[in-house]
Write a protein that binds this ligand. Structure first.
Ligand code: NAD
Ligand code: LMR
Length: 445
C-alpha cells in the first residue's frame, strides 16, 4: 500500500460490463482504494440508465468514493489515474452488420474475426486515438487499460500512431480458457495456474500450463481431457453459460487436434473451421441478437429495477465476473508495481523469437508502475508462424487503410484473411460494408 487513493474513469460508461466492474472495484477497496469514479460515454441516454443505478450502488456501498457520469471529455479525463477503455463504436447495430454482411456471402460473421472483426477494428481506431489524446491532454500521468475491440488492430494503431502513449491493450479470453483449465484440473481458479502462451489476440496457443503452487506440469492431464471435451466443464461451473459459448468451448476439441503439442485459444475455430462456422450460423439470428435477448436485457433490466426500487440490495452483480476481476487485478498491479504476470497485446520486440519486432503479439508480460515488460516465449511452431504471419498482415493492412484512406489496402486485408475464400467475395463484402460504416470509417478511395 502506498497510501494513495485512485481516480478512475470508464470510457464507455454505458457498456454492459460497467455495473459488474463497478461492483468488483467496490469489493476491492482494501486492495485498490479509490477516491473517485467517473463514467464517460458519447451516448448520454444509454449511459444515464447505467449511471443512475450505479449512483445508488455507490451511495449504499462506497459513499466515500465520489461518483459522476458525463459526456464532456474535459470533465471525464481531468484528474484521473486510470482510463478504462470499454467502448463499442457503432454499438450493437454495427456489430450485427459485421456479423450478417459476411454471412450473406457464405463467410464467417463474427465480432472480432474475419471481415467483421476488421470492420470493427477500423471503426475503433479513431475513437481510441481520440480518447488517448484527451487522456494525455487532461491527465498526462494516467494509464489507459484498453479492452475495446478489435484489440489486435487497435494495438497496431497505437504502435504506429501513438507509440509513446501510456496505453495497454488487454483481452480476457485467455483468462476464461485458463479458468476452465483450472476447473478441469480440480484447482480453484486461473489464479492457481502458471503458463507460457504466445500468439496474436484471439489467435494463440499455450505451450505450458503448470500448477502455480507445486510447479506440476498440467499439460498431460489437460490434453487428455481437451481432446474429447474441449474446454467445456459442464455441471455447476457452466450452469449460466450461453448455448453459443457451450458450442465454442466444445469445439476446442477439434482445434486442439490441429496441433496436439499446444493448447489453443478458443477463437482458433474461426480460422481452422470457417466453413463449419458458416454452416452452423443463422444469418438472421447471430451472436448480437443473442446478447440483445440475454446480457443486454438483463443488465438494463436490472439497472431499471434498482432505480425504481431506490436500492441495489441483492443485485445480480454480487457474484464476481472473471472479466472485471481480471481488470481490477491489472490496475492493482500497475498502481502497486507488483510485476504480476498477465497477457498483453504489444510490439513483439523478440518475445516470439521468429516473428518480426514490429508484429503486435499477445504474450505474457510483467505489469508494473512503468507499464509492461513482455517476456520471451521462445519460437513459434512453423504451422503457428504461418498462420500468424497471414493474420497479422491483415491487421496491419487495416491500419494502412485507416492511415492512407485506402480502399485497396482494406480489400487486400479482406482478401488475405483465412476466413475469406476468394478476392471477389472479399470485394462484395467490403462494398456492402462501406456505406453502412460511413459515419465511422475514413472515406476509402
Ligand atoms: P456496449 O455496446 O454494451 O457498450 C459500449 C459503450 O460504448 C456504449 O454505451 C456506447 O455508447 C459507447 N461508445 C461507443 N462509441 C463511443 C465513443 N466513441 N466514445 C465513448 N463511448 C462510446 O459494449 P460491450 O458489449 O459492453 O463491450 C464493450 C467493449 O468491450 C467492446 O469493445 C467489446 O468488444 C469489448 N470487450 C472486450 C473484452 C476483452 O477482454 N478484450 C471482453 C468483452 C468485451
Ligand atoms: C461479448 O460481447 O461478450 C463479446 O465481446 C464476445 C462475444 O462474442 O460474446
Amino acid at each position: 500500500m502506498n497510501g494513495k487513493k485512485y481516480s478512475v474513469v470508464i470510457a464507455g460508461g454505458g457498456s454492459t460490463f460497467t455495473p459488474g466492474f463497478v461492483l468488483d472495484l467496490i469489493k476491492s477497496q482494501d486492495k485498490f482504494p479509490m477516491r473517485q469514479l467517473k463514467f464517460y460515454d458519447n451516448d448520454a441516454e444509454r449511459q444515464k440508465k447505467i449511471g443512475e443505478a450505479v449512483k445508488i450502488i455507490m451511495k449504499e456501498r462506497a459513499p466515500q468514493i465520489k461518483f459522476s457520469y458525463t459526456t464532456d471529455p474535459k470533465e471525464a479525463f481531468t484528474d484521473v489515474d486510470f482510463v478504462m477503455g470499454s467502448i463499442r463504436v457503432g454499438k450493437y447495430h454495427m456489430r450485427s452488420l459485421d456479423e450478417k454482411i459476411p454471412l450473406k456471402y457464405g463467410v464467417n460473421g463474427q465480432e472480432t474475426t474475419g471481415p467483421g472483426g476488421m470492420a470493427y477494428g477500423l471503426r475503433s481506431i479513431p475513437a481510441i486515438i481520440q480518447i488517448i489524446d484527451w487522456m494525455q491532454e487532461y491527465s498526462p500521468n494516467a494509464w489507459m487499460i484498453n479492452y475495446s475491440n478489435t484489440i489486435a488492430i487497435v494495438a497496431e494503431a497505437c504502435r504506429r500512431l501513438r507509440p509513446n502513449a501510456k496505453v495497454i491493450n488487454i483481452c480476457d479470453m485467455p483468462i476464461d480458457d485458463m479458468d476452465r483449465m483450472a476447473a478441469i484440473c480440480g484447482l480453484n481458479s486461473w489464479h492457481d495456474i502458471d503458463f507460457n502462451y504466445y500468439g496474436l489476440n484471439h489467435f494463440g496457443w499455450w505451450k505450458e500450463v503448470r500448477n502455480k503452487k507445486t510447479g506440476e506440469d498440467l499439460m498431460p492431464k489437460l490434453k487428455e481431457y481437451v481432446k474429447d471435451h474441449g474446454y467445456w466443464v459442464g455441471g455447476e461451473y457452466d450452469k449460466n453459460t450461453e448455448a453459443s459459448w457451450e458450442a465454442t468451448f466444445k469445439k476446442v476439441a477439434d482445434d486442439y487436434k490441429m496441433d496436439p503439442e499446444t493448447l489453443p485459444n478458443n477463437y482458433m475455430q474461426y480460422y481452422y473451421f470457417p466453413q463449419y462456422e458458416v454452416a452452423n450460423a443463422d444469418p438472421k439470428h447471430t451472436r448480437t441478437d443473442e446478447i440483445r435477448e440475454h446480457r443486454q436485457k438483463i443488465v438494463f433490466g436490472e439497472c431499471e429495477r434498482i432505480v425504481k426500487a431506490g436500492t441495489a440490495k441483492d443485485n445480480i452483480w454480487d457474484i464476481s465476473g472473471l472479466h472485471s476481476e481480471y481488470i481490477v487485478d491489472i490496475i492493482h498491479a500497475i498502481a502497486f508495481n507488483t510485476h504480476e504476470k498477465f497477457l498483453a497485446n504489444c510490439p513483439n520486440n523478440g518475445a516470439i523469437s521468429n516473428m518480426d519486432p514490429d508484429s503486435i503479439v499477445e504474450v505474457p508480460a510483467l505489469f508494473g508502475a512503468d507499464g509492461i515488460q513482455p517476456m520471451a516465449t521462445g519460437k513459434a511452431g512453423r504451422f503457428q508462424r504461418g498462420l500468424m504471419m497471414e493474420q497479422q498482415t491483415c491487421e496491419k493492412l487495416v491500419v494502412d487503410a485507416y492511415v492512407e484512406h485506402s480502399y485497396q489496402k482494406m480489400l487486400q486485408a479482406f482478401a488475405l484473411n483465412k476466413t475469406v475464400p476468394d478476392a471477389s467475395v472479399a470485394k462484395k463484402i467490403l462494398d456492402d460494408m462501406i456505406p453502412v460504416n460511413a459515419p465511422y470509417w475514413p472515406e476509402l478511395k
